[in-house]
Design a protein around this ligand. Structure first.
Ligand SMILES: [Zn+2]
Length: 349
């Protein structure tokens, strides 16, 4: 077997390593594994290069993601082992590149449209290197989201969407909490459609603001045409961590949310030339650390993909956001993934 083939096979196992070159000779280890081979770099290493790492008898191809003063960040598509690593020959410009790791912070995987082919949907998401936070939108839906997350090694929120606020009863709070979600929500206010009366929406939302404070969990917020009330309640409750999912508002609203310390979730809305073009001008103003990506699947399909949206299409959102921000997609992927990982306290990819 050629080393290339061997390396490609090894890559499938998935490992992320951090490499620290020290002049021309490097010493290191991968976790606590024995160092197998040391080879000096030849010439400068740049992002986009593919490097071969040998250890424990196997060879791993990695993509160089970042080059800083004394630090190289290289990675492949699945995490596992972190630590010091030896590195061998630089084998050239991307012979292969693994898609950057992304987190879809809002996917309605419990939606019935996913029932017939959920396994394929999950497989495509895995191939696209997309981790998922499944959205819970009412008590039964949150239960299903929690169950799916447990079955498939994903994460889930638990909450009551403003559309379902009319069905809210105080006992639901304990039921949501028992699901051990990574966030409270989807919750908030929707005065656009008013599927539930406003009073009911306010009561249900305030109860969940309380639940988030009690549990220390972040909030996954939905707001449509209800900015003033949302802002008032956020000012009153001052949640420690909150994300306005599927942000579609204007500049003033974005500024207000950022000032309140709120995070911003961007969906394929930004790809919609008719309704979402204003977001192209706004996303550059969201600082890294406050921006996260989501599909809101099965809704909000970006153009050029099937009508039913799915998490595997998150790279479309990434591309649009990166282009609007003037960033390489890898950079946008990196900071949005770091933000989502920290915000929801996910296991490190
Ligand atoms: Zn929503």
């Amino acid at each position: 077997m050629s080393w290339v083939r061997e390396a490609l096979n090894a890559l499938e196992l998935g490992r992320d390593v951090e490499v620290r070159p020290r002049g021309h000779s490097m010493r290191g280890r991968i976790a606590d594994n024995e160092l197998v081979r040391l080879t000096p770099f030849k010439g400068p290493v740049r992002p986009g290069d593919v490097v071969l790492v040998r250890w424990k008898g196997s060879a791993l191809l990695h993509l160089v993601l970042e080059v800083e003063d004394d630090r190289l960040l290289i990675g492949n598509n699945r995490g596992g082992v972190n630590g010091w690593a030896p590195i061998s020959d630089v084998v050239g410009r991307p012979a292969m590149s693994s898609p950057p790791h992304l987190v879809d912070i809002g996917v309605n995987l419990a939606h019935r449209s996913f029932e017939p082919d959920l396994d394929s949907v999950l497989a495509r998401a895995r191939d696209a290197n997309v981790m998922m936070v499944i959205t819970g939108t009412d008590v039964p839906g949150s239960r299903k989201a929690a169950w799916l997350a447990q079955q498939h090694g994903l994460y889930a929120t638990a909450g009551i969407h403003p559309h379902h606020a009319k069905d809210y009863a105080p006992r639901h709070l304990a039921e949501l909490k028992a699901l051990k979600p990574v966030a409270i929500g989807e919750c908030g206010l929707d005065f656009n459609r008013n599927f539930s009366p406003r009073d009911a929406q306010l009561t249900c939302f305030e109860a969940q603001l309380g639940l988030a404070a009690e549990t220390g969990l972040p909030l996954f917020l939905h707001e449509r045409d209800a900015f003033d009330d949302m802002k008032r309640l956020l000012e009153e409750h001052r949640p420690e961590r909150a994300v306005v999912h599927c942000f579609t508002g204007g500049a003033a609203q974005l500024d207000a949310y950022l000032e309140l310390g709120v995070h911003i979730g961007i969906t394929g809305w930004i790809c919609d030339a008719r309704r979402g073009s204003h977001l192209l001008e706004l996303v550059p103003h969201i600082p890294p650390g406050r921006l996260m990506l989501e599909t809101d699947a099965p809704f909000l399909s970006p153009p050029g993909v099937p009508r039913r949206n799915e998490p595997a299409f998150l790279p479309k959102v990434l591309e649009a956001v990166a282009r609007a921000r003037g960033e390489p997609p890898e950079a946008t992927a990196r900071h949005t993934t770091e933000t989502a990982t920290a915000f929801f306290r996910l296991a490190k990819p």
